[in-house]
Design a protein around this ligand. Structure first.
Ligand code: ASP
Length: 585
C-alpha cells in the first residue's frame, strides 16, 4: 500500500519510501533527525518520517552552507531537506534498511523546529522505566517499534471494518454516559451536575445497547467500542480498553461461530497468522479435564489424564481417600530436568493453589518410579499411570488427588510451568460453559459470562446444573473473544435474575428497561466481543497490551503524561453537589 505524499513546500516524497529506482531524481523530504554521524568531513543524518528512515549526506564542498549548518543539528530536530537521491557506493549499502541502497545528497535544508535532548534515546530500544516512558509517551511513540504496533493496530481495525461491511454489518455507536452494564467489574461513575446526587456509569461493555439494537431490528451490529472496568491491580489490564463488539439477530451458536471463523481468517492474516477451515471446538468440561483451564494453551504438548481407574483399588491413602470422598486423581507427565528442588518448588506451587499436596515421581528403566511414595504403589498402578500419560523413561510424573475443580486448576497451572509451547499459533473455541459459579464470599451464584446469556438445561433444576449458550475464542492460551446467545424473553431473564439472588424489585429497578424491551418482540439474538488490544498484542508479538495502545495507563491506572487522575477544584465539586473530603488513609 503506498501512502500519498501530499506534495508541498516541506516535502515532495516520503523519506522512508525512497528506493533505488528513484535514484537520480531531485526530492525534498521532511522529518526528525534520528541519528547524526560525522565521518571524515562528511555528515550523515538518518532522517525519520512515518514511513521509515533515509540517510542524508552533507558534503563540505558540494553544499558548504548546508554542511556547516548540519553541524548544529541534534537528535529529534525537525528539518526539511532537498537534494538528489543517489545510489550508495558498494561498500556503504545497508541491507538491513529498505532505503539501504540509496541516500539523499543534500543541497539545502531548513530547520523547522529545535528539539531538547530527549529523556531517553529514540534511536535505541534500551529498556526505559515505565513512569518515564509514559510521561513522555509522545516520544515513546516515535520509536519505530511502538510506531509499528500502532500502525498494525490500524490495519487490524481496517480489516475488521472491511470484512464486516462486506457481511452486511452496521457500525453503530452506543452511549458512554449510561447506567451500569455488569461484566463483573466495578463501574467508573460520573456525577451528574443537573441532577445532583445522581450518577452515570461508564459502560463496562455495550452489552445492553447492542441487545436493544437487535430488538430495534438492525440485525447485524458492530462497534470498535471503548469499555471501562474499574478492577483491582491486575497484570496487563487497562482501566479502559477496546473491544470489537458484535451482535446478530436470528442466529444460534453455530452461526455466530461461523461468522467469527471467517472474520478471524481476515483479521489474523494481517499479522501473518493463517487460519484454515473451521476453528476447532472444545466443551468447557473437556477443556477443564484435559488442560485444567478454560483458556487452554494447546501449543504445550501435555495433557492431563484422569487416572481414578488406575488407582481405584489403591492402598495409598492419599489416592484412596480422595476417591472415596467423591474426588478425583489426575496427573500429567513432562520431560526435562527435574532435580529434587524443582519438585519441591512445584509442590509449594500446588499447595499455594489449594491442593493438599503433590505426588511426584520420575520414570525409571523398567517402568517403576523413583518417588517418595513409590513404596505405597503397586507395579500395576505405576505402569498404569505411565501408560495413561504417555510418560517415557526419565520423565517426571505429577499427580493431584483432590476435588475435581481443585485438581483441574492445580494441574492446569503446573502444566503451564513444566511445558514449553511449540512454535506457531493455536486457536480453539471453548463452548458449553456452566451458567453460574458459586461465590463463597457472597454465598450466591455469579454468572460465569453475564446475566443476559441464555441458559440451557432444566431451568427448574438447581441453577448449579444449568449450562449456558456461551462461547469463548482462545488463542495461544489467551481468551481473545467471548460471547453468547442471549435471553430473548422477559420470563427467562427474570428467572436468571432470580437465580442470581436479585429480588423482583431490584431487577425492575436496575433492568426494568431491558425486561420491558424483551416484552415487545425480541428476536433470538447473540453476539460476541473480541479484545482488540489483546489481538493486536498477540499479532505484534508484544507481551503487554500497553505496547499496542497509544497513551496507555500504568498498572495502577495513572497517566503520568497528563497527571490523570487528578484532584479538582472545590468549586467544581460544589457544582456537582459533592463535598471535598480528605483522601482516606
Ligand atoms: N459483553 C461481553 C463482554 O464484554 C461480550 C458479549 O457477550 O458479547 O465480554
Amino acid at each position: 500500500m503506498s501512502t500519498p505524499t501530499f506534495e508541498n513546500r516541506y516535502r515532495t516524497a516520503w523519506a522512508g519510501l525512497a528506493r533505488k529506482e528513484h535514484a537520480g531524481g531531485e526530492m525534498r523530504v521532511a522529518g526528525w533527525v534520528h541519528r547524526r554521524r560525522d565521518h571524515g568531513g562528511l555528515i550523515f543524518i538518518d532522517l525519520r518520517d512515518r514511513e521509515g528512515i533515509l540517510q542524508l549526506v552533507f558534503h563540505p564542498e558540494r553544499a558548504a552552507a548546508a554542511h556547516e549548518a548540519a553541524h548544529r543539528l541534534r537528535a529529534e530536530d525537525v528539518i526539511s531537506a532537498a537534494g538528489t537521491l543517489v545510489e550508495r557506493e558498494e561498500g556503504a549499502v545497508n541491507p538491513e534498511l529498505p532505503t539501504g541502497e540509496i541516500e539523499l545528497r543534500v543541497s539545502s535544508f531548513e530547520l523547522l523546529a529545535d528539539a531538547e535532548t530527549p529523556p531517553f534515546q529514540i534511536d535505541e530500544d534500551e529498556p526505559v522505566g515505565e513512569e518515564l516512558r509514559l510521561q513522555y509517551s509522545y516520544l515513546d511513540l516515535r520509536k519505530p517499534r511502538m510506531a509499528e504496533a500502532i500502525v498494525l493496530r490500524h490495519q487490524v481495525i481496517s480489516a475488521i471494518r472491511s470484512h464486516l461491511e462486506g457481511q452486511g454489518f452496521l457500525e453503530i455507536e452506543t452511549p458512554i454516559l449510561t447506567r451500569s452494564t455488569p461484566e463483573g467489574a466495578r463501574d467508573y461513575l460520573v456525577p451528574s451536575r443537573l441532577q445532583p446526587g445522581s450518577w452515570y456509569a461508564l459502560p463496562q461493555s455495550p452489552q445492553l445497547f447492542k441487545q436493544l439494537l437487535m430488538m430495534s431490528g438492525f440485525e447485524r451490529y458492530y462497534q470498535i467500542a471503548r469499555c471501562f472496568r474499574d478492577e483491582d491491580l491486575r497484570a496487563d489490564r487497562q482501566p479502559e480498553f477496546t473491544q470489537l463488539d458484535m451482535e446478530l439477530s436470528f442466529v444460534d451458536e453455530d452461526d455466530v461461530i461461523a461468522t467469527c471463523d471467517r472474520l478471524m481468517r481476515d483479521v489474523l492474516a494481517v499479522g501473518g497468522v493463517e487460519v484454515t477451515g473451521e476453528i476447532e471446538r472444545l466443551t468447557y468440561d473437556e477443556a477443564m479435564l484435559r488442560y485444567g483451564s478454560d483458556r487452554p494453551d494447546r501449543r504445550i504438548p501435555i495433557e492431563i489424564a484422569d487416572v481414578g481407574e488406575v488407582f481405584a483399588a489403591s492402598e495409598f491413602k492419599v489416592f484412596a481417600g480422595a476417591l472415596e470422598g467423591g474426588g478425583v486423581v489426575r496427573g500429567l507427565s513432562a520431560s526435562g530436568e527435574f532435580p529434587r528442588s524443582r519438585f519441591d518448588a512445584l509442590t509449594e506451587r500446588a499447595q499455594s493453589l489449594g491442593a493438599k499436596g503433590l505426588v511426584w515421581g520420575v520414570v525409571e528403566p523398567g517402568g517403576g518410579w523413583r518417588s517418595p511414595v513409590a513404596k505405597f504403589l503397586s507395579q500395576e498402578e505405576m505402569a498404569g499411570m505411565i501408560a495413561a500419560t504417555g510418560a517415557e523413561e526419565g520423565d517426571a510424573i505429577l499427580v493431584v488427588a483432590d476435588e475435581a475443580a481443585t485438581a483441574a486448576r492445580v494441574l492446569g497451572e503446573l502444566r503451564l510451568e513444566v511445558g514449553e509451547p511449540a512454535e506457531g499459533h493455536d486457536l480453539v473455541w471453548v463452548v458449553d460453559f456452566p451458567m453460574f459459579e458459586w461465590n463463597e464470599q457472597s454465598g450466591r451464584w455469579d454468572a460465569l459470562h453475564h446475566p443476559f446469556t441464555a441458559p440451557s438445561g432444566d431451568l427448574d433444576a438447581d441453577p448449579g446444573t444449568w449450562h449456558s449458550r456461551a462461547y469463548d475464542l482462545v488463542m495461544d492460551g489467551t481468551e481473545i473473544g467471548g460471547g453468547s446467545i442471549r435471553i430473548n424473553t422477559p420470563e427467562v431473564q427474570t428467572k436468571v435474575f432470580g437465580a442470581l439472588g436479585m429480588s423482583p424489585a431490584e431487577a425492575t429497578e436496575r433492568f426494568g428497561f431491558l425486561l420491558d424491551a424483551l416484552s415487545y418482540g425480541a428476536p433470538p439474538h447473540g453476539g460476541i466481543a473480541f479484545g482488540l488490544d489483546r489481538i493486536v498484542a498477540l499479532l505484534a508479538g508484544r507481551e503487554s497490551i500497553r505496547e499496542v495502545i497509544a497513551f496507555p495507563k500504568t498498572a495502577s491506572g495513572a497517566d503520568p503524561l497528563t497527571g490523570a487522575p487528578a484532584p479538582v477544584d472545590a468549586r467544581q465539586l460544589r457544582e456537582l453537589g459533592l463535598r471535598p473530603q480528605a483522601p482516606p488513609g
